[in-house]
Ligand binder design. Structure first.
Ligand SMILES: *Cc1c(COP(=O)(O)O)cnc(C)c1O
Length: 225
């Protein structure tokens, strides 16, 4: 899917998203596609914006803040999708409107603000490796309650990355169950951030509302990650 022009790849992915939504019996208006531009130059952000993309994702604070500043003239929504250190969280708030990887009280507390409200997802760790980002499913409720109690963050729902070595549909089914347990506490936190270039169809079939898609649209990245 990295053949052809940026416009072609975007259209191909949008078509595949529409197909998966139809297969799931869902409306595409319920889906937000975030194009992850990490490791790509800021010119790509301008090209995407010209093609109608409004939601952009980055996973490193320095890169994200530099890019967001360079395209400050465009009306974009920046999503922070990576691990965030609490000392960077407050700075990231200056450009990011949605935080997808909330998993620690220190980061949640650092995002607290009496001013503008940002949106947040609690990240689930679908592996047994505590070194991966995210909370274990049994800690979801506690961390979600911390977000709900924090001024300046609106809890949207859960986020996850499908682990390597597990069938993505099975992993996203677990995410859907976690989401259902969360909406029992907070019905408004019904959104699910899941699905990347290789597995967005499976994520849509399991209820994902926010797709984070990089390489299938942007082409291969220049660096690691
Ligand atoms: C890079 C990244 C993506 C996009 O990955 P692709 O496989 O390039 O689509 C999505 N989510 C997170 C958290 C990422 O770091």
């Amino acid at each position: 899917m990295t053949e052809g022009s940026l416009a072609d790849r975007l259209a191909t992915v949008q078509g595949a998203i529409a197909d998966a939504a139809r297969e799931a019996g869902r409306d595409t208006s319920d889906l937000t596609t975030i194009v992850v531009t990490k490791f790509h130059p800021v010119e790509l952000v301008r090209e995407l914006a010209a093609l109608g993309v409004r939601d952009l994702g980055e996973n490193r604070h320095q890169e994200a803040s530099a890019k967001a500043a360079e395209v400050g003239d465009l009306d974009l929504v920046w999503h922070f999708v990576g691990q965030l250190q609490s000392k960077k969280a407050r700075q990231a708030r200056a450009y990011a409107r949605v935080f997808h990887s909330l998993d620690r009280e220190s980061v949640i507390d650092a995002l607290s603000s009496p001013d503008e409200v940002v949106d947040g997802f609690v990240q689930l760790n679908l592996t047994d490796d505590p070194g991966r980002g995210g909370v274990q499913p049994h800690d979801l409720q506690q961390v979600a309650e911390r977000v709900i109690a924090t001024e300046g963050i609106r809890l949207l729902g859960v986020m996850a990355v499908a682990p390597l070595g597990e069938e993505p549909r099975r992993a996203f089914e677990r995410v859907r169950h976690a989401s259902e347990s969360l909406t029992a506490i907070d019905p408004s936190a019904r959104y699910i951030s899941a699905g990347m270039s290789g597995d967005f169809r499976e994520a849509i079939l399991e209820g994902a509302t926010h797709l984070r898609i990089g390489s299938a649209i942007t082409g291969n990245r220049q660096g690691p990650g």
